[in-house]
Design a protein around this ligand. Sequence first.
Ligand SMILES: [Ca+2]
Ligand SMILES: [Ca+2]
Length: 127
Amino acid sequence: MTTNDQLNISQELSGSSSSNPYSAFPEFSINQIKEYNTIFKKYDVDNNEYLDLTELKLMMENLGAPQTHTSLKEMIREVDEDLDGMINFKEFLLIYRKAAAGELEEGSGLYDLAKLTDLNDGGNVSQ
Ligand SMILES: [Ca+2]
Ligand SMILES: [Ca+2]
């Protein structure tokens, strides 16, 4: 690996860690990301841009799929890329990426979350 390669990689990494979900998630349309952001903000009760365990618990209860403490921790762990124990918006979008890729175990907390907040439900489908 040349010095140039290393430079490019570190630039790429710092680019992807910036908070631009539009370029990080090209598979979602801007409208979809806006919808997901609305959902995210709705449950980010203290408006700190993170869903913590308590907020996730509330969200799942509101969606009609209450989870145990263990299950909530597991849900966060599955998408917690920066390991801070909370879900930021980018990690929130990962849930839907995994759902679309069929990577979520049926009946798991994240599976239910993605299913119950499915945008096709009343959202505008582009087709
Ligand atoms: Ca919060
Ligand atoms: Ca996190």
